[in-house]
Design a protein around this ligand. Structure first.
Ligand code: HEM
Length: 160
């Protein structure tokens, strides 16, 4: 396969990864968590959250890996690593920051302690725990959407 075709393919996979990943985060933030917060029974609420978000966790891990691999491949192909030193590529910094945060949470913090920590808090004070969780999701979603807007604009020539 020609290099440029591979690059285009990587870009397509990158965007598909972003859609499945950030789309899932949007669903959890705007649909799942608001619906769960309305449920009264703390244990039932937590069980349902575990079941539903647990299923999304694998999809999030695979798509995070795919997005990172294709993103770094594109940077390498374009020999554009020095963009990290240029403030006008703030959207590249933002994309990478979003990726680093999710990678840390999904692969390290969640399995190591976040999961247990949230379980304890959710069973102690469910309303508060879900409110904090929802706020975190809202912040991450807002930053991710900003990264998408900046990346599409920036990589198609828009000068911010
Ligand atoms: C390790 C992390 C990442 C790296 C290294 C990376 C790198 C890149 C590169 C090099 C491009 C092409 C830029 C150009 O053509 O000038 C790109 C495009 C893009 N990236 Fe990322 N990216 C990463 C993570 C993300 C994340 C987390 C998101 C979403 C929140 C994202 C969304 C996009 C979008 C929407 C495009 C534009 C595609 C297009 O319109 O053609 N990327 N990325």
């Amino acid at each position: 396969m020609q290099d440029i075709t591979l690059f285009t393919f990587a870009r397509a996979l990158h965007v598909a990864g972003v859609v499945l990943w950030i789309g899932g985060v949007a669903f959890v933030t705007t649909v799942l968590l608001p619906a769960l917060k309305k449920r009264r029974d703390a244990e039932d609420k937590f069980e349902l959250f575990e079941q539903l978000e647990g299923r999304f966790s694998l999809q999030a891990k695979v798509t995070t890996l795919l997005t990172g691999l294709t993103g770094f491949y594109m940077l390498d192909f374009m020999q554009a690593w020095d963009r990290y030193l240029q403030p006008q590529f703030w959207w590249l910094h933002l994309m990478t920051a979003v990726w680093v945060i999710f990678t840390l949470v999904l692969f390290f913090l969640e399995p190591l302690f976040l999961h247990r920590w949230f379980r304890e808090r959710a069973l102690m004070n469910s309303d508060k725990a879900f409110a904090v969780l929802h706020r975190m999701h809202k912040i991450l979603l807002a930053v991710s959407v900003l990264a998408v807007l900046g990346a599409v604009g920036g990589s198609h020539g828009f000068v911010f």
